[in-house]
Design a protein around this ligand. Structure first.
Ligand code: SF4
Ligand code: SF4
Ligand code: FES
Length: 259
């Protein structure tokens, strides 16, 4: 609420005041100077300044990778990158949101591929242009060893690429800074798909569950939910049985109809 009041005041041309316990710092958004609380992330600071984020904003929790941002500090020539929802503003930061950029994404049918280095080389031959500069690793907000997984891709080690890139949120910041115009995250997701389909041990319980789903066990329950009105849904939600705090792995609900 304090933010909203301060924001309204700033919009009305008044002097912005920091909410209690926080200081205002200057930042430059698309070239215009704003004063924003120093505790805000870039995303919240932009909204505080009056921007409405329609694109380039998703989960707000560092997971979806939609909010890649470029910024510069006045005392250095370096271009910095980060996720707008995770990076806290700094005094005199010059920032802008980057739109999506056209990344090379090969179309393939995973059922027709082999989990080998030849597949990577055929679909993403540009991996061999990597110059080993490590800019991708330095740009990654998830602290992934991006150059290392690209190196493993060049060697054809699908499993290792899948492991190293597991936390990738597909934000594209590595590609945005790569001098060799690699699209690291698309190479990585190809390898994770190949690994999951061909190399990872089969999960028996998953196969069983898929066959239960195919058998239509949940169709009746889903239909009932879809036909419920808002009040019924609220009642069901409030009365649902939840796992107690500290329950162990053997806990089961009293109603086992859908287990
Ligand atoms: S930024 Fe590009 S060229 Fe540099 S190490 Fe990463 S993938 Fe290779
Ligand atoms: S590997 Fe690239 S796309 Fe994936 S999270 Fe890191 S910077 Fe983003
Ligand atoms: S909004 Fe999803 S990662 Fe920032």
């Amino acid at each position: 609420m304090a933010y909203r009041e301060a924001q309204e005041k700033m919009k009305a041309g008044g002097e912005a005041q920091a909410p209690a316990g926080e200081s205002l710092i200057p930042v430059f958004i698309m070239g215009k100077r704003y004063e924003v609380p120093d505790t805000l992330t870039i995303q919240k600071a932009m909204e505080y300044a009056g921007y409405q984020l329609i694109r380039g904003c998703g989960c707000r929790g560092g997971i979806c990778g939609a909010c890649g941002t470029v910024y510069r500090m006045p005392d250095t020539y370096r271009i910095e990158v980060g996720l707008a929802c995770q990076t806290v503003v700094k005094p005199n930061m010059y920032l802008t949101q980057i739109p999506f950029f056209p990344a090379n994404k090969t179309i393939y049918n995973i059922d027709e591929l082999q989990p080998t280095g030849s597949t990577i080389a055929q679909l993403y031959p540009e991996v061999f242009k990597c110059v080993g500069c490590n800019t991708c690793t330095r740009s990654c907000p998830m602290d992934i060893e991006v150059m290392e997984y690209m190196s493993q891709a060049i060697r054809g080690n699908v499993e290792r690429v899948a492991e190293l890139s597991f936390d990738c949120v597909m934000c594209g910041l590595c590609a945005s800074r790569c001098p060799a115009e690699e699209v690291q995250f698309n190479v990585a997701i190809l390898c994770r798909r190949l690994y999951a389909k061909y190399l990872a041990p089969r999960a028996e319980h998953l196969a069983q569950m898929v066959s239960v789903l195919d058998g239509g066990k949940y169709k009746g329950g889903l239909k009932k939910l879809m036909e419920s009105d808002t009040d019924e849904l609220k009642k069901l939600y409030v009365e649902r049985e939840t796992e107690p705090e500290g329950a162990d792995e053997f806990w089961t609900p009293q109603n086992t109809q859908y287990l």
